[in-house]
Design a protein around this ligand. Structure first.
Ligand SMILES: [Zn+2]
Length: 78
């Protein structure tokens, strides 16, 4: 009987812990099941200084990487 009470207490703690964690990170959210996403190489737009993943950046004719076509165009106009 003593172990049954202990088991119930352990299950209650686990249930409470899962609910507390689920409040800010719902299961099945944006995070993938395999764990963390691999780190991405970040680049900075020379026009607006915003940081973005290299895969999302637009390469300009001068070899610079821009956040969008408008900033690539603006850099060429100068
Ligand atoms: Zn920009």
């Amino acid at each position: 009987m003593k172990y049954l009470i202990l088991l119930v207490v352990v299950l209650a703690v686990l249930w409470y812990w899962r609910n507390a964690r689920g409040a800010d990170a719902p299961p099945g959210g944006p995070r993938r099941a395999g764990g963390k996403a691999p780190p991405q190489d970040m680049v900075q737009c020379p026009v607006c200084s915003v940081h973005l993943p290299r895969s999302d950046a637009l390469p300009g004719p001068d070899g610079q990487l821009y956040c969008c076509a408008a900033h690539r165009l603006r850099a060429q106009e100068k």
